[in-house]
Design a protein around this ligand. Structure first.
Ligand SMILES: Cc1cc2nc3c(=O)[nH]c(=O)nc-3n(C[C@H](O)[C@H](O)[C@H](O)COP(=O)(O)OP(=O)(O)OC[C@H]3O[C@@H](n4cnc5c(N)ncnc54)[C@H](O)[C@@H]3O)c2cc1C
Ligand SMILES: *[C@@H]1O[C@H](CO)[C@@H](O)[C@H](O)[C@H]1NC(C)=O
Length: 376
């Protein structure tokens, strides 16, 4: 028997806190399921200027899984993103399919995760750069993050989801009356709107989970990542060199736009919110060892090694972002919180650290499943 249409009209109101890649992907997944009416409440959205409180704007980003963190979450995301990046797909413009080369300064013992990637190959010793002991190539994809975030937002709005801007101080503010207190009530639409307590709340605040009243997750800490964005449309493949027990690390992520992200650093508990000039120099110097092709043709000389100065004219931006790390790994979990005698299911989805894009679709699916299994 099919559901009467009246049921479809009374969708369950859910709130998603946060509009980073995790919040937007979770919101879109819920809205597309047709059972929920989603409102995203966040302080910052993809259309805003880049801000240190919004990690998703700073990511590379690529989908290159070399290790499995949350079982199936990353693999499922890869498969979905691969479909989205297909020629002719609605989101094709957000992605670039590339050949990825991963180099290591010591032999890799477990290659199963990498081996799932299309056209996976172990590289012969003769193809490895100086200093590398082991290396692999496979097909992967990169994400043009500003474009993709705006795609997610547009898609959510198109599917009937809504957004509200606001900074939440304490989770109870949302449990009681949803986004109502965050709306501009001088407008007629705000005043006449009924106060609907939310059916469920999703917490997708990234590093903000450390500061939200009523949650204050002190297992959250930043891993600062500094990068340099170059204009180098001639770079069509990705590269990473994992050196010094993964403490020193160079990567090159070309985007479809022709920009190339060069990294990287992993500053544990480093909150400094701007690019450090000396780090920019170190990043470029190290990347040039493994990817001298970054230098524009006009500056390429056979007489000498490439220099950081050769890249000066193509620097677009020096960037840094704070990866939302969590002791014990990401939190994907349902709990109940009490507000004025009512139990509200709250689903947490944060702490994805260096792989929020890679985990985005898989973790959004898990959240939807948690809510359904709890009978909502
Ligand atoms: C240099 C760098 C490179 C990276 N490369 C990759 C990569 O190649 N692949 C990959 O998968 N990942 C990569 N990452 C990691 C990825 O960027 C993060 O895991 C991901 O962006 C986290 O997204 P999020 O939605 O959890 O958090 P965020 O993007 O930080 O979003 C948080 C949202 O919550 C809102 N918010 C917070 N507190 C409040 C509050 N109290 N009230 C209202 N709103 C609030 C914010 O305004 C924002 O909308 C990289 C990160 C960096 C820094
Ligand atoms: C980031 O958020 C904090 C509050 O947690 C605020 O004090 C700071 O001004 C914000 N930074 C920017 C650049 O907006």
């Amino acid at each position: 028997m099919s559901k009467p249409s009246a049921v479809a009209e009374t969708k369950k109101q859910v709130i998603v806190l946060g509009a980073g890649v995790i919040g937007l992907t979770t919101a879109l997944r819920l809205q597309e399921s047709n059972d929920y009416q989603v409102e995203v409440l966040a302080e910052l959205f993809p259309t805003d200027l880049k801000n240190i409180n919004y990690t998703s704007q700073w990511a590379g980003a690529h989908h290159v899984s070399t290790q499995e963190r949350t079982p199936d979450v990353e693999w499922l995301t890869f498969q979905e993103m691969w479909k989205l990046s297909e020629p002719g797909s609605l989101a094709e413009h957000c992605f670039m399919r590339i050949k990825e080369h991963e180099y290591f300064d010591s032999p890799v013992l477990q290659t199963e995760v990498m081996a799932r990637m299309p056209n996976f190959q172990k590289l012969p010793q003769s193809d490895l750069p100086i200093g590398a002991e082991d290396g692999y190539s496979f097909d992967a994809l990169t994400i043009d993050v500003p474009v993709y975030l705006n795609f997610l937002l547009s898609r959510l709005l198109e599917k009937g989801g809504t957004i509200v801007r606001g900074r939440v101080q304490h989770i109870s503010q949302v449990l009681e009356a949803g986004t109502y207190p965050f709306k501009d009530h001088s407008r007629l639409v705000g005043r006449n709107e009924p106060i609907v307590p939310p059916h469920a709340v999703f917490v997708c605040l990234g590093l903000g989970a450390r500061f939200l009243g009523g949650l204050e997750d002190h297992d959250m800490y930043p891993a600062r990542g500094q990068t340099v964005i170059l204009r180098a449309p001639w770079i069509k493949s990705g590269m990473a060199f994992h050196g010094d027990g993964a403490n020193r690390w160079a990567y090159v992520i070309p985007r479809r736009s022709g920009d190339v992200i060069v990294g990287g650093t992993m500053g544990i508990n480093d909150w400094y919110p701007k690019a450090r000039p000396e780090t920019t120099h170190e990043i470029l110097e190290y990347a040039l060892l493994y990817c001298p092709e970054l230098v524009p043709l006009d500056f390429r000389e056979t007489e000498r090694l490439p220099l950081v100065d050769d890249l000066k004219s193509i620097i677009v931006e020096e960037a840094c972002g704070l990866r939302p790390m969590r002791k014990g790994g990401p939190r994907i979990e349902l709990d109940y919180l009490n507000t004025r005698g009512r139990q509200v299911p709250v689903i947490f989805n944060y702490g994805h650290g260096p792989y929020g894009y890679m985990a985005s679709i898989g973790s959004a699916n898990m959240c939807l499943k948690l809510l359904k299994e709890a009978g909502f």
